[in-house]
Design a protein around this ligand. Structure first.
Ligand code: IPE
Ligand code: IPE
Ligand code: MG
Ligand code: MG
Ligand code: MG
Length: 326
């Protein structure tokens, strides 16, 4: 069994050695660029931790490659997401569509999705059908979540329930699916596969709540993305939904004005909306909700019938996911 540190080193080494192709350079260079910028590599780590939770064997290529495929898939979603969100900075560096252009982000992203399928399908033959079904479900789920995310930008009647469902789709299903794929290859029981998925769904929601919080309150140097992009884009985050629900009178009118003003100066809008959040005590509401989903995730984890020590590793990993600043 590998420690988390050993697993992370292994993932790092595999991604460094990953060869997608050389020509045409316009297709492959952006792929190598985004993969070389690092990132937390959460999804392959979760996949391999889940495998180790159920299998006595050391992870071999037939689980390491699928885990890498999940990271490549995640990076593909980032290329397209940054076009959709008009985001200029990722992992502290220019996004692919900024460094190259939108068409490059689209096509290199497409190629990465295909590469992801190649890697995930290197799972054991006996698990192929279940792994591919899980992967197809998560891939389509991300698309559905991303569409809701975009639809919500121009809607002003989004409910908290709709928001949670949107982030479950765009973020949690990939995290939960990564865990489940590790569990499938590790020969977990049906019950435990469902429990590890439930762990992932809830920790994924907590993780996206923290991402939305950091988008407003993070340190750009550590977070690696521009701060305030969600405010500029009128993303219906839990923060904004709560503010819309709680603001009264003059404050509500001011918030509505910022949302309607398409030509607002970005920094002025960010500062003003953040000020409204602060005055309404919104950050602590978001932290409370995050804790609720964190607790739900841990309850599911603790119900799994597996090695207590590895469950503890996963619990620590989950704590780091919500305590993070990057
Ligand atoms: C960013 O994911 C997209 C979200 C789901 C919030 P990560 O925060 O895992 O990004 P990297 O891979 O570490 O850069
Ligand atoms: C992430 O949502 C969802 C996907 C990338 C699928 P965000 O748009 O909040 O992610 P970041 O903040 O750009 O990483
Ligand atoms: Mg984004
Ligand atoms: Mg987005
Ligand atoms: Mg974000």
């Amino acid at each position: 069994m590998y420690s988390l540190k050993e697993l992370q080193d292994l993932i790092h080494k595999e991604i460094k050695g990953l060869r997608t192709g050389d020509e045409p350079k316009g297709l492959y260079e952006p792929i190598h660029y985004v993969l070389s910028l690092g990132g937390k590599r959460i999804r392959p780590a979760l996949c391999l931790l889940a495998f180790q939770l159920f299998s006595k064997k050391k992870p071999g290529k037939d689980v390491i490659y699928p885990a890498i495929g999940l990271e490549v898939f995640h990076n593909f979603t980032l290329l397209h997401d940054d076009v959709m969100d008009a985001a200029d900075i990722r992992r502290g560096m220019p996004t692919v569509h900024k460094k190259w252009n939108d068409n490059t982000a689209i096509l290199s992203g497409d190629a990465m999705m295909i590469k992801a399928y190649q890697y995930v399908s290197m799972c054991p033959e006996k698990d192929m059908a279940e792994v591919m079904e899980t992967f197809n479900d998560l891939a389509l789920g991300v698309c559905e979540g991303q569409q809701y995310d975009m639809d919500f930008e121009t809607r002003n009647d989004v409910t908290a329930e709709e928001y949670i469902e949107m982030i479950r789709l765009k973020t949690s299903v990939l995290i939960a699916g990564s865990l489940k794929i590790g569990a499938i290859i590790g020969s977990a029981s049906k019950k435990d596969k469902n429990l590890i998925y439930e762990f992932g769904e809830n920790i994924g929601i907590a993780f996206q709540l923290q991402d939305d919080y950091l988008d407003v309150y993070g340190d750009p140097a550590v977070f690696g993305k521009n701060i305030g992009g969600d405010i500029v884009n009128n993303k219906k985050t839990f923060l904004l939904l709560q503010a819309l629900g709680k603001a009264k009178g003059r404050v509500k009118a001011e918030l509505d004005k910022w949302i309607e003003n398409r030509d607002a100066d970005a920094q002025e809008k960010i500062d003003a909306v953040r000020g409204i959040y602060d005055n309404l005590g919104i950050p602590s509401l978001s932290q409370t909700l995050m804790k609720e989903y964190f607790d739900k995730s841990i309850n599911a984890l603790l119900s799994i019938d597996a090695d207590e020590k590895i469950k503890e590793d996963l619990r620590q990993f989950a704590i780091n996911l919500i305590d993070r600043a990057s």
